[in-house]
Design a binder for this molecule. Structure first.
Ligand SMILES: Cc1cc2nc3c(=O)[nH]c(=O)nc-3n(C[C@H](O)[C@H](O)[C@H](O)COP(=O)(O)OP(=O)(O)OC[C@H]3O[C@@H](n4cnc5c(N)ncnc54)[C@H](O)[C@@H]3O)c2cc1C
Length: 302
């Protein structure tokens, strides 16, 4: 049944996390929420053009991620590039060159984003190069070629290494933050009459969560997986939240969610007919918002 087929395209950290979370929702959180279907029968495909998931990680971490995903009920499909998407199917080109069509109603794109259109406008104005993802190539000091007064940073740029190539910088928040700081430092250096320095990316490590108690981490050559990596993921995210109060609230929410397995999630799958209950029908006529609220209560109490 195509409705029960989920296709997640791209097995980077986003795709791996989405596929893992979908599997947990289907097989655990929402398992007993429907009368006519069994969400546990959902098929979750994780489609990746490369020969392994999480290509930015060491191969052994990719293998561990695949084991965790498979345990959760996700089916990784490797060496498979998605070449067409419609509202009911996706077409996948496999290694042999053949194209297979897979029926699926829910297709989640996790294979990368294109840069802000601002990058194209800047490239047109400055003559800087643009890559396939629409990122503009900036100088080693993060300025536009020929325009030292204009900086561009973050997801919308590739950084030239000064030797005809570009620096390998992942499209993650720490890279954007480091570039922003570098641009600010460069301005201060200029004001102090000192020359600009080229940008260098400091990789503080990578963490990818897969599901409950499952994650992989790679920090300065050291690797972690399973529960330890998952705990590290939680701690890092708590640490980077602003303010003690926010950290505490999120910690409590996560703890409740962990203990109850997210059972707070409920779906409205059927509308109550007004004739069921004259009192409620009256209330619904008076307030559509109340009608929605009363349906929610009914579904929650089921
Ligand atoms: C699904 C997903 C999950 C991710 N998960 C992670 C993660 O777990 N960890 C991580 O480190 N990174 C993650 N990333 C990547 C991270 O979000 C980006 O690397 C980071 O946000 C880049 O910061 P940025 O400032 O360059 O761009 P953005 O955060 O995209 O900010 C750019 C801003 O500029 C605005 N803007 C665009 N054009 C104009 C204009 N012409 N005028 C004015 N404003 C404009 C945009 O609206 C936007 O608000 C994820 C990305 C995605 C898509």
């Amino acid at each position: 049944m195509p409705e029960m087929m989920f296709a997640v395209v791209g097995a980077g950290p986003t795709g791996v996390e989405v596929a893992g979370q979908l599997a947990e929702l289907a097989r655990d959180t929402l398992r007993r929420e429907f009368r006519t279907i069994d969400p546990g029968e959902a098929v979750i495909l994780l489609i990746e053009a490369a020969d392994r998931v999480l290509t930015a990680y060491q191969p052994k971490m990719s293998a561990r991620a695949v084991s965790a995903l498979t345990r959760l009920g996700v089916t990784p499909v490797l060496n498979a590039a998605v070449v067409r998407v419609s509202d009911r199917s996706i077409s996948i080109a496999v290694d042999s060159g053949a194209v297979q069509e897979v029926q699926a109603r829910t297709i989640i794109w996790a294979a990368g984003v294109s840069a802000s259109p601002l990058a194209r406008a800047l490239a047109q104005a400055s003559g800087a190069e643009l890559d396939r993802a629409g990122r503009i190539t900036v100088q080693p000091d993060l300025t536009l070629p020929g325009f030292p007064e204009v900086f561009a940073v973050g997801d919308m740029v590739r950084v030239c290494d000064g030797a005809g190539s570009t620096l390998p910088i992942p499209g993650v928040a720490p890279a954007a933050i480091q570039q922003g700081r570098h641009a600010a430092r460069t301005l201060r250096r200029r004001l102090a009459g000192r020359p600009a320095k080229p940008f260098t990316y400091r990789d503080k490590g990578s963490l990818a969560t897969i599901g409950r108690k499952a994650a992989v981490a790679q920090i300065h050559g050291a690797t972690l997986s399973g529960l330890l990596a998952w705990l590290a993921w939680l701690l890092v995210h708590l640490y980077f939240l602003m303010g003690l109060q926010n950290r505490f609230i999120v910690f409590v929410r996560w703890t409740v969610s962990f203990i109850t397995r997210g059972r707070g999630a409920r779906l409205i799958t059927e509308a109550a007919t007004p004739s069921d209950d004259p009192g409620r029908a009256e209330a619904q006529r008076a307030s559509p918002a109340l009608a929605v609220a009363s349906r929610t209560v009914e579904t929650t109490e089921r």
